[in-house]
Design a binder for this molecule. Structure first.
Ligand SMILES: NC(=O)c1ccc[n+]([C@@H]2O[C@H](COP(=O)([O-])OP(=O)(O)OC[C@H]3O[C@@H](n4cnc5c(N)ncnc54)[C@H](O)[C@@H]3O)[C@@H](O)[C@H]2O)c1
Ligand SMILES: CC(C)[C@@H](O)CC[C@@H](C)[C@H]1CC[C@H]2[C@@H]3[C@H](O)C=C4C[C@@H](O)CC[C@]4(C)[C@H]3CC[C@]12C
Length: 380
């Protein structure tokens, strides 16, 4: 197939952690496309070099919260994978900005699909549209039909829930040209893998403490995690099958899952960090929960006091502590039943790929030597 004869896919947020893996996945495994439009507020020019004689990778700088930008990006396209979002549970950006990007941005994508006659939309939602809630209700090996006390107060999960509702309600609406729009929503649990910004923070934090991770969470609290390559693969398959079986996938939600083990958030991270000589200290939390909660409240107070001077947004706050302290694991085969999803990467390969990447942080981190020398390894 020569470039130009296939379909045009748009990936919003295509320069992000998941988005960039998705672009590479489409290039490698989707033979029906001739152009991938990477729509993002912050372009990663390295993606432009991925173009080949079959598929053109076209970078489009734009703001999802501006309808005109979205309309221009979608003009003449066949399918949209909408991953662009402000992923913030730390108070880095105002709630209004999160709503503007995640909700209004999604409204714009839907409006543009309608006006430009784009028939297919795959939305990247999140486990957080379900939970965990801040009441400590565990979601243990749940699926898309599991009853759960959903409670949203934080801007991010609220925005993802609102956006997902808009996407699902748009399934079946009439679009330009008299056709119908078909939509589905994928809900990843905590994504890990090459390029995960939070892992970089945990790695750097650990370097400052002599490659020691001080256990703060109970090892009994399990958090579902999914490898970024498998999330990208599920998006590709959903996009492909939504076109072939729109009545099956249209209006449906699917948890993203693979064979990554169920572990506490800290123990899961240690699967990778231990390969760099990190050690977790303590078989149980080293500090009582109430003390952690007081620290989290102190962080909120400091964020408030420093607001306007600096953006103080530490990892620990009452919300992230509540989420981290509540089991949320999924066990489902809905994506397999509906569109034949099987993880592309087994756990051992996902682990090896992530470890290789974490190890590369050791090589690339210019300040590592200073940090190691200053920290005087506490764990020999
Ligand atoms: N990281 C996770 O653990 C996780 C888990 C579940 C769901 N998700 C969802 O996956 C998607 C991707 O998340 P990620 O972790 O790759 O985040 P990310 O921040 O790495 O990627 C988001 C991308 O969206 C872009 N973006 C932000 N605001 C924009 C705007 N106004 N206009 C255009 N582009 C904009 C960013 O520049 C970035 O490239 C998000 O929808 C997120 O809610 C992430
Ligand atoms: C300071 C410690 C207690 C530390 O271990 C806290 C970990 C905490 C920052 C993370 C624990 C669970 C994470 C969330 C989860 O993986 C799913 C998410 C959904 C996604 O759409 C966005 C990211 C996140 C909210 C993710 C954020 C970090 C955690 C809360």
């Amino acid at each position: 197939m020569t470039a130009g004869s296939g379909q045009v896919y748009v990936v919003t947020g295509g320069c992000g952690f998941l988005g960039s893996h998705l672009v590479r996945m489409l290039l490698e495994h989707e033979k029906n496309i001739s152009e991938i439009r990477v729509f993002d507020l912050h372009l990663d020019e390295s993606l432009r070099t991925l173009s080949n004689d079959r598929v053109r990778v076209r970078l489009i700088s734009g703001d999802i919260s501006r309808l005109a930008d979205v309309q221009e990006a979608l003009h003449g396209s066949h399918l949209v994978i909408h991953t662009a979002s402000l992923v913030d549970v730390w108070g880095r950006v105002p709630a209004s900005k999160i709503t503007e990007v995640n909700v209004t941005g999604t409204e714009n994508v839907l409006q543009a699909c309608k006006e430009e006659g784009v028939q297919y939309l795959v939305y990247t939602s999140s486990m957080e549209v379900v939970g965990p809630n801040i009441h400590g209700d565990h979601f243990y090996r749940g699926n898309e039909d599991t009853e759960y006390r959903i409670y949203h107060k934080e801007p991010y999960p609220l925005s993802k829930a609102k956006a997902e509702k808009l996407v699902l309600e748009a399934n079946g609406i009439k679009i330009k040209g008299g056709k119908m729009l078909y939509t589905c929503s994928l809900r990843p649990t905590g994504i890990y893998g090459e390029g995960h910004e939070l892992m970089k923070q945990f790695h750097r934090q650990g370097l400052r403490t002599g490659r020691c991770v001080f256990r703060a969470l109970s090892p009994a609290i399990e958090h579902g995690r999914v490898y970024v390559g498998n999330v990208a693969w599920m998006h590709l398959l959903a996009a492909r099958q939504l076109q072939i079986h729109p009545s099956t996938l249209g209006g449906q939600v699917y948890f993203c899952y693979d064979s990554s083990p169920y572990k506490s958030y800290e123990d899961f991270n240690m699967e990778f960090l231990s390969a760099c000589g990190f050690k977790i200290i303590g078989s149980r939390p080293l500090v009582p929960y109430f003390l952690l909660y007081l620290l989290a409240l102190l962080n909120v107070l400091l964020q408030w006091v420093l607001h306007g001077f600096i953006t103080y947004a530490p990892i620990l706050n009452p919300y992230t502590l509540a989420v981290a302290s509540t089991t949320f694991t999924v066990q489902t085969d809905k994506a397999e039943k509906h569109f034949g999803y099987q993880p592309l990467y087994a756990w051992e390969e996902a682990k090896m790929r992530t470890i290789t990447w974490v190890k590369s942080l050791e090589v690339s981190g210019k300040d590592l030597k200073d940090v190691d020398e200053k920290s005087n390894y506490c764990c020999s």
